[in-house]
Design a protein around this ligand. Structure first.
Ligand code: UT7
Length: 325
C-alpha cells in the first residue's frame, strides 16, 4: 500500500466582483495611496450577497477538475479550512460531499484562520501516511467580507473573498518534503472574531460576527515567527534556503513579505503573492498565489515551494513541496 502523500492538482476560484481601493474612499476616511503603500493591496474580490464559502469551494473544485483533467468522485476525505463558513453546522465539507457528487468520503471543516490551508495539507499527509485514506481534497476558502467591520478603517480595506483547493493522493513517492505546525495562543486577543451573544425572547442568538485585529502586534509576531519557521522547514527538508525556488507566505500584507525577505535575506523575486489582486483572503491566499505563479509561467515542474500560513489563533503551519513531481 502506498503511504506517501503527493499533491497532484490545484484549483482556485474568486467571485466576479472586483473592488478597487477607491471604493473605500466613499465609506471611510482613506485613500488609494495609503492602502497601496501600507498593504500592497490594489484590488480584491467581493462575494455576491447570495454567494457563500461553499459556492466558492465548488468553483475551486471545478477549476481543479477542468484544469488538471482529474476525477474527484473517488475522493475519500474532504477537509475545508475556513473561518467564514456558510453556517456553523452543517459543515461545508459535508455540503461539498453532496454537491460534488462524492459518494463515500469523510468530511470535516477545520478552523486555523490564515494557516488553515497549510494545516489541511498537514492533516491530509497524516491520513495518507496512516494508510486509512488515499485521496484527500483540501480547501482553503473564505468569504471574509461577510464578517468585516465596515467602520474599522484599519481592517475593512484588507479583506477579500476566494477559494483554493489541492488534491493530495497516496503514491509510491511523495512530494511533500516537510511540514511544521504551531500556535501562540497568548496572541489570541490580537486577532479574533467577536461572537457576541444576546438573549432575544429567551433565545441565545449571535448578534455580531466581526473580525477584530491589532494589526501592529500581529505584524511583528508574523515576521518573527515566519522567519523562524522558514529555518525549521529548511532543516526538516534537508535543504539549504537557496534550494527553495518559491516562497509563499500567507498574503496578509506586502510589507510583511518584504520584511521577511529583508530579515532572512531571501530574494523577494522568489516570492509569490495574491495580496495585490485579491487582498487578504485568509486560508485561500496561498493557493491563490500559487495558481497565479503557475498561470504566469513562473512555477515549473520540480520547483521546491515553501508555503507558510499564519494568522488568528495565533497559529502557523508550513509545508515544503516539490511541484509536479
Ligand atoms: O491575515 C492574518 C494576519 N494578519 C496580519 O498579518 C496583519 C498584520 N498587520 C498589518 O498588515 C498592518 O498592521 C495593517 C495593514 C493592519 C495596518 O497598517 P499599519 O501600518 O500597522 O497601520 P496602523 O494601524 O499602525 O496605523 C497607522 C496610521 C494611523 O494613524 P496615526 O495614528 O498614525 O495618525 C491610522 O489611524 O494609519 C492610519 N490608518 C489609516 N489611514 C488611512 C489606519 N487605517 C487607515 C486607512 N486609511 N485605511
Amino acid at each position: 500500500m502506498h503511504t506517501q502523500a503527493k499533491i497532484t492538482a490545484l484549483g482556485t476560484y474568486v467571485p466576479e466582483r472586483v473592488v478597487d481601493n477607491h471604493y473605500f474612499e466613499s465609506i471611510i476616511e482613506t485613500n488609494d495611496e495609503w492602502i497601496v503603500s501600507r498593504t500592497g493591496i490594489r484590488t480584491r474580490h467581493f462575494a455576491a450577497e447570495n454567494e457563500f464559502t461553499s459556492h466558492l469551494c465548488i468553483g475551486a473544485a471545478k477549476s481543479l477538475v477542468e484544469e488538471n483533467n482529474v476525477m474527484i468522485d473517488d475522493v475519500d476525505f474532504i477537509i475545508v479550512a475556513t473561518v467564514t463558513p456558510d453556517q456553523t453546522m452543517p459543515s461545508i465539507a459535508s455540503q461539498l460531499q453532496d454537491k460534488l457528487g462524492i459518494a463515500h468520503t469523510g468530511a470535516i471543516d477545520i478552523s486555523a484562520a490564515c494557516a488553515g490551508f497549510a494545516y489541511g495539507i498537514v492533516l491530509a499527509k497524516g491520513l495518507i501516511a496512516a494508510g486509512t485514506h488515499r485521496k484527500v481534497l483540501v480547501f482553503g476558502a473564505e468569504t471574509l467580507t461577510k464578517f468585516t467591520n465596515w467602520e474599522d478603517r484599519t481592517s475593512c480595506i484588507l479583506f477579500g473573498d476566494g477559494a483554493g483547493c489541492v488534491l493530495v493522493e497516496a503514491a509510491p513517492t511523495g512530494n511533500i518534503l516537510s511540514v511544521v505546525t504551531g500556535s501562540s495562543g497568548d496572541g489570541g486577543k490580537d486577532l479574533y472574531m467577536s461572537n457576541m451573544r444576546k438573549q432575544v425572547n429567551g433565545v441565545d442568538i449571535i448578534t455580531d460576527n466581526k473580525i477584530h485585529q491589532n494589526g501592529r502586534a500581529v505584524f511583528k509576531w508574523a515576521v518573527n515567527t515566519v522567519a523562524e519557521q522558514m529555518k525549521v522547514l529548511t532543516q526538516r527538508s534537508k535543504l539549504d534556503i537557496n534550494d527553495i525556488d518559491w516562497f509563499i507566505p500567507h498574503s496578509a500584507n506586502m510589507r510583511i513579505i518584504e520584511a521577511l525577505c529583508s530579515q532572512t535575506g531571501f530574494p523577494i523575486e522568489k516570492t509569490l503573492e495574491s495580496i495585490s489582486t485579491c487582498g487578504n483572503t485568509s486560508s485561500a491566499s496561498i493557493p491563490l498565489a500559487l495558481h497565479r505563479g503557475l498561470r504566469e509561467g513562473k512555477v515549473k515542474k520540480g520547483d521546491k515551494i515553501m508555503m507558510i500560513g499564519f494568522g488568528g489563533g495565533l497559529v502557523y503551519a508550513g509545508v515544503v513541496m516539490e511541484w509536479g513531481v
